[in-house]
Write a protein that binds this ligand. Structure first.
Ligand SMILES: *Cc1c(COP(=O)(O)O)cnc(C)c1O
Length: 399
């Protein structure tokens, strides 16, 4: 599939990096800037490996109803509550189905009749996908910032939202487009916020009550662990009225009632989140993650902004630039220079800048700077980018 997509773009280019490979030449240590799934911090990876040497059985084989696993599950919920300062009026679930499962779960849980109005703020590819899935289960009101050419470069207006909406949906970090809400908006209407925080959860604090958050979810594969589990935070007053068509596996009410064990939970992936959160708290918590995210993304944006056009990024307004995913082009998207850039980076272990997405490849590369990417790794990337620019300018007389 991936191979076919790529050959359409460029029928002859079979260099691994042009096919989206994440494996650098043998002997070179990978620096993974992939948009997800992605590497976890080295300490987290080491702790996961150690699970297999531990005396107790690793959660991969533990019954989800055993006391050992129940301890792990309780610990995830507790650590998540502490790390993200989640008030008691919210339930925390580890669910199946990924972000896409939640695109459907949200209306199926919040719109019992199936024709209720729900406002969708669309500021990029993921919120657009969520909207298309939700339109099967509710009556979406669309507030979109899509440009006529299909790109997204700003947020839609938050003014004059329909007060009768059951909820207002938004994506706090558009992973593909590079647009982030560094703080959630305070909309001043009764309808609760529903937030897709799949790619920015745990990287900045959340004002749960002040911003009227009703539901927030994050698939684990960017900033929490590995694919296979999705963290959902649900305000208790929104439980109890799912659509009768809501599958049990996506139903917040059923899963809360059954202590998150209505069916077999993804035991191992849940334990990975437990280790991840333990690491995050030990590092200084979400405020430290935010400090690092600001520092890491500034290294890349500063380099782009001072490159006099050699590198470009589509989002000009710094207040909405994503700290997680930095899209950039090389020499205005020039194919040969971009290819040189990718191959030279790959030779140094820099991988994941060009991955295949369901939304196509496009001219932009993307550096994803999740919590698992260290400040030092971003320094290596920025210094490679600076060196490449210098060499390319010397060779080809770029402006
Ligand atoms: C990755 C991502 C998703 C998709 O999640 P799946 O687990 O692949 O279904 C949804 N929303 C955002 C913002 C993402 O970054």
């Amino acid at each position: 599939m991936a191979h076919r997509d790529q050959t359409q773009l460029n029928p002859v280019d079979t260099h691994p990096v042009m096919l989206g490979s994440l494996v650098p030449p043998s002997g070179v240590k990978p620096l993974n800037f992939s948009p997800g799934p992605t590497s976890l911090a080295a300490e987290v990876e080491a702790a996961i490996k150690a699970l297999f040497d531990a005396e107790r059985m690793c959660s991969m084989y533990l019954s989800h109803r055993s006391p050992e696993f129940l301890d792990i599950l309780a610990s995830v919920v507790q650590r998540c509550r502490v790390a993200m300062e989640i008030p008691d009026q919210y339930e925390i679930l580890c669910m199946h189905g990924g972000g896409h499962g939640q695109f459907a779960a949200v209306p199926l849980n919040l719109c019992p009749k199936g024709d209720e109005k729900a406002t969708y703020l669309v500021n990029g590819t993921w919120s657009k996908r969520a909207l298309s899935e939700a339109s099967k289960y509710c009556r979406p009101i669309v507030v979109s910032s899509e440009n006529p050419d299909g790109t997204f470069t700003h947020n839609p207006s938050f003014a004059h939202l329909d007060p009768e909406s059951r909820y207002v949906y938004l994506c706090s970090n558009e992973t593909v487009n590079g647009i982030e809400m560094h703080q959630l908006p305070k909309l001043g209407i009764k309808a609760p916020l529903v937030v897709d925080a799949s790619s920015d959860f745990s990287t900045k604090p959340i004002d749960w009550v002040g911003c009227n958050v009703g539901v927030l979810y994050a698939c684990a594969s960017k900033n929490l662990g590995h694919p296979g589990v999705t963290l959902c935070v649900i305000r208790k007053d929104l439980l109890g009225t799912p659509s009768k068509h809501c599958p049990g596996v996506l139903c917040y009410t059923t899963n809360v009632r059954e202590g998150n064990l209505w069916n077999t939970i993804a035991t191992f992936n849940v334990e990975v989140i437990n280790i991840y959160l333990q690491w995050l708290i030990a590092q200084g918590g979400v405020h430290e993650m935010e400090r690092r995210s600001i520092a890491k993304s500034a290294m890349v944006y500063n380099l782009i902004d001072s490159s006099e056009g050699f590198y470009g990024t589509p989002i000009s307004d710094p207040s909405i630039r994503s700290r997680m995913n930095v899209p950039f082009d090389v020499a205005g998207g020039d194919e040969e220079t971009t290819r040189d850039f990718l191959i030279q980076g790959w030779e140094r272990g820099i991988v994941g800048l060009r991955t295949l997405t369901p939304f196509g490849v496009g001219k932009y590369l993307r550096a994803s700077l999740y919590n698992g990417v260290s400040e030092h790794q971003v320094e290596v990337l920025a210094s490679f980018m600076a060196g490449f620019m210098k060499a390319a300018r010397a060779k080809r007389a770029y402006p």
